[in-house]
Design a protein around this ligand. Structure first.
Ligand code: NAI
Length: 480
């Protein structure tokens, strides 16, 4: 029986290994993590992450050929293939701080593999890493050589949170990069054989190591760039009376462009886009490619601009101050169908409103109060470091309350900000919400999910990104 061990039981390691276990009954899969709490959660009824369909898959395999363990060394020792899916956050200090990938967790994982191993292993880079990382990992692994042959493969993960199970079951492609040597190609074939259990052969792409590593950064940069492009266009739509939904639809109908990922919003978030583009920018700078670095910097700048533009709209519309006013925030996760809040635009929007002394009442169906308070108290980039390395849980921010119901959040509020596109926000009883709010009642839709006309008929003043402006909103100073 082939044995797989995965280091890192996070958003990638957990779901990816669950699907491998589901589709490959002849393979034993053990997911290990240095966080005992995370492993305990994977072994409980309350999994540590929310992902549609994940519970069922884990329950059907756990204890059969899927295991979660804190005994990292034992399972590394026994494994034939080791996936490394540890976090690779942005460095917060030292050389490249704020841009370069922090490979501390990766390096310690590689050193541990080198120390513990007694037989040949295939080591798979599942984490997103800077191009050329495999070269450094090879040096670490072969440093302690005891005659053991390590083959490094790059197998970046393209799943998106919220649709992880579907993405894993039916991937657009699986990318496997390996050394061009016979041993390297043998390792590529071994990993191909795992995926071939459910992925059609023509979707499994073999490349050289560096192409595979760089393709992941490139894919995320291009996806984020599409969002920033349409968000940049949304500002121009508001200024001219064009409607961004109509523009995006017309643009996306061009088969060279396509309709996906062209929704205007308050900005992109998540643990990957910003981190991976910053990483790409750093790699460009290190290679002396300043123009290329600046090109990608623009994608991040537009994203920051979109968030502050949204906050300015809210404050300016509400008579240039939200001080002491209750603002309801509906949605805090970076997108629907996940509880993940890493780099969610809600953090910057809430911080902006708090800066103007608003009282915020937040409701998100999947995010806990503890998580929201921690996010709002943390410095930028601290969010992607494992819990045991995070600063002590800070005292709660007094202007923020977290409630478990959209009606409670909006009761007596002066304004409502929709920051995540949860389906349930589309079908709320907005008449009831309006009746219980202060007047004039404002709605700022950061995800373009509400029916503007319907809400205007109820009596709301409505702002939606990139849409023709409500006369009330239109007569505001240009700074908004
Ligand atoms: P995560 O933070 O949810 O999980 C990483 C886990 O690794 C943590 O539980 C941490 O305790 C553990 N860990 C750290 N050092 C370890 C070690 N030496 N041994 C064992 N466990 C260790 O991170 P996530 O979101 O799963 O991301 C992992 C990698 O996958 C990152 O490089 C990310 O860029 C990439 N990725 C993430 C995607 C996402 O949507 N979250 C999608 C595609 C790639």
């Amino acid at each position: 029986m082939v044995k797989i061990c995965c280091l890192g039981a996070g958003y990638v390691g957990g779901p990816t290994m669950a699907i491998i276990a589901l589709k490959c009954p002849a393979i034993e899969v053990v997911v290990v993590d240095i966080s005992a709490a995370r492993i305990a959660a994977w072994n409980s009824d309350q999994l540590p992450i929310y992902e549609p369909g994940l519970d069922e898959v884990v329950k059907s395999c756990r204890g059969k050929n899927l295991f979660f363990s804190s005994d990292v060394e034992k399972h590394v020792l026994e494994a034939d293939i080791i996936f490394v899916s540890v976090n690779t956050p942005t460095k917060t200090r030292g050389l490249g701080a704020g841009k370069a990938a922090d490979l501390t967790y990766w390096e310690s994982a590689a050193r541990m593999i080198a120390d513990v191993s007694k037989s040949d292993k295939i080591v798979v880079e599942k984490s997103t890493v800077p191009v050329k990382t495999a070269e450094a990992i090879e040096k670490i692994l072969t440093h302690n050589t005891k005659g053991i042959n390590f083959q490094i493969l790059s197998n970046p993960e393209f799943l998106a949170e919220g649709t992880a199970i579907q993405d894993l079951l039916n991937p657009d492609r699986v990318l496997i990069g390996g050394r061009q040597s016979p041993e390297g190609q043998k390792a590529v074939e071994a990993l191909k054989a795992v995926y071939a259990n459910w992925v059609p052969e023509d979707r499994i792409i073999a490349t050289n190591l560096w192409s595979a590593e760089l393709s992941k950064l490139a894919a995320n940069a291009v996806l984020a760039q599409r969002i920033s492009s349409v968000n940049a266009m949304s500002a121009l739509c508001e200024a001219t009376g064009a409607d961004v939904t109509e523009v995006a639809y017309a643009v996306g109908k061009d088969s060279r462009i396509g309709p996906k990922f062209l929704n205007a919003s308050v900005g992109f978030g998540g643990s990957c886009f910003q981190k991976d583009i910053l990483n790409l920018i750093y790699i460009c700078e290190c290679n002396g490619l300043m123009e290329v670095a600046n090109y990608w910097k623009g994608v991040i700048k537009i994203n920051d601009y979109q968030k502050s533009r949204f906050v300015n709209r809210v404050v300016a519309s509400m008579f240039n101050t939200v001080s002491g006013k209750k603002i309801a925030v509906l949605g805090f996760a970076f997108k629907k169908d996940t509880g993940d809040t890493r780099e969610t635009p809600a953090i910057d929007v809430c911080k902006g409103l708090l800066g103007d002394k608003a009282n915020i009442s937040i409701y998100d169906p999947q995010v806990t109060e503890d998580q929201i308070q921690r996010d709002l108290s943390m410095n930028k980039f601290d969010w992607d470091h494992p819990p045991h390395l995070q600063p002590m849980s800070p005292s709660a921010i007094k202007q923020v309350s977290v409630v478990w119901d959209a009606y409670e959040a909006t009761k007596d509020a002066h304004g409502v900000c929709i920051l995540t596109e949860w389906d349930e926000f589309k079908t709320l009883d907005y008449q009831k919400i309006y009746d219980n709010m202060q007047k004039p009642a404002f709605i700022f839709d950061g995800r373009n999910i509400v029916d503007m006309e319907k809400l205007r008929k109820i009596g709301f003043i409505v702002y939606s990104i990139g849409k023709p402006l409500d006369p009330w909103v239109k007569d505001l100073p240009a700074s908004a």
